[in-house]
Each structure stands twice: as C-alpha cells, then as structure tokens.
Write a protein that binds this ligand. Structure first.
Ligand code: AMP
Length: 179
C-alpha cells in the first residue's frame, strides 16, 4: 500500500532545531518522497498546561507503505527526539501526527485517520491549506477551510518563516550526530 500523507509536526522545546531535525529524518527516509512543505508557524498551546508557544508546520509526502508503518516510523522519530508522554498535552520536543492519508478513513484504537484533532486545530489546518487549498476532510465530507471559522480566537497562529527543503537537507543535527 502507498499513499500521499499529510503529516503535522510541532515542538515547543528547542522548537526550530527539533522540527528541522525531525523533518530531515522524514525526507531522508527511503520510503518517503517530499511533495510539499508548509511554512513554519508560531502557535499558542492548545492545552490547560502552562507552557511555551509552539512552532508547527506540515508536510506532504508520498509514502511507500501502510498508514500503520508510517505511524511506527513517526513514533520512533518522536522517541529519538526525547519525546516522553509524562504530561498529556504538556510540552514536547517533537510531535508528529498523521493528519491525512489520501482519502483513508480508519478507526483503530491507536490510529485514527484523519487525525481526530485535525478539524479543530488551527495549527494543523492552516499549514495543510497552505500546501493544498481545496482539501476536503474525508470523514466529514466538507472543505477543510470551513472548519477554520468554527475555531475560537484563543488558538493563535502567526507566520514564523518559510523554510526550504534545502535548509532542512543541510541542517546539521549536532545533538543527535554525537549519539
Ligand atoms: P499525541 O500524544 O497527541 O502525539 O498522541 C499520540 C497517540 O495518538 C498515540 O498513542 C497514537 O497511537 C495515537 N494516534 C491516533 N491516531 C493518530 C494519528 N493519526 N497520528 C498520530 N498518532 C495517532
């Protein structure tokens, strides 16, 4: 099985470094071919836990494998970046979510596609629409853009900056190269 996946990435601990490092590992993977990359956005945490703002982005890849194989790969990357799940919705070094996988709709206990938070999170929708304006939510059958109007003003998002695939490819991951 193969498909085009939209992956959401976020971090609020050394966020630029962790995002660049995580994205580099994704685009270097032999099963992943980068199709598009969104800008990086600074966003407010969607959580009651006091914590720093996030950097978020999304990428679109052609993935040679199943959604589950992609989840396993992304979870290994999260772990390699020191992600621990001590505080739910707490600060994180690297959060990687499968937002969409083509038109796939699936409900397994540990893998729900589209990601259940996609239509409720500005930080997930905005980067996806930057890459593909006309996206339709495969489960809800509505344009993803419609859901933005239903999200409250407490979810703040602003452009941080554009990042080119070349910048990611040339990122030197000093922390993990030493390991
Ligand atoms: P989080 O702490 O928000 O990264 O959530 C991680 C949990 O969400 C993991 O246990 C995953 O198995 C589960 N999960 C369910 N659906 C997805 C998805 N589409 N992408 C990533 N994780 C998912």
């Amino acid at each position: 099985m193969a498909g085009v996946a939209f992956i959401g990435a976020g971090s609020n601990i050394d966020p630029l470094e962790n995002l660049l490092s995580g994205l580099k590992r994704i685009i270097e993977n032999e099963r992943a071919a980068l199709v598009a990359l969104s800008s990086f956005y600074r966003t407010s945490p969607v959580s009651d836990v006091a914590q720093d703002d996030y950097l978020n982005c999304a990428l679109k890849i052609a993935w040679r494998g199943t959604p589950r194989e992609l989840l396993t790969f992304l979870q290994a990357l999260e772990a390699a970046h020191g992600r621990t799940r001590t505080v739910k919705l707490g600060p994180r070094t690297l959060d990687l979510d499968i937002l969409l996988f083509g038109d796939t709709v699936m409900d397994e206990p540990d893998l729900i596609i589209p990601h259940p938070g996609l239509h409720e999170r500005r930080f997930a929708i905005v980067p996806c629409l930057e890459m593909e304006q006309g996206l339709i939510h495969p489960r809800l059958g509505r344009p993803l853009s419609e859901f933005l109007d239903r999200i409250g003003p407490e979810q703040k998002i602003e452009l941080f900056r554009r990042v080119s695939p070349g910048e990611i490819a040339s990122f030197q991951d000093k922390k993990r190269e030493k390991q």
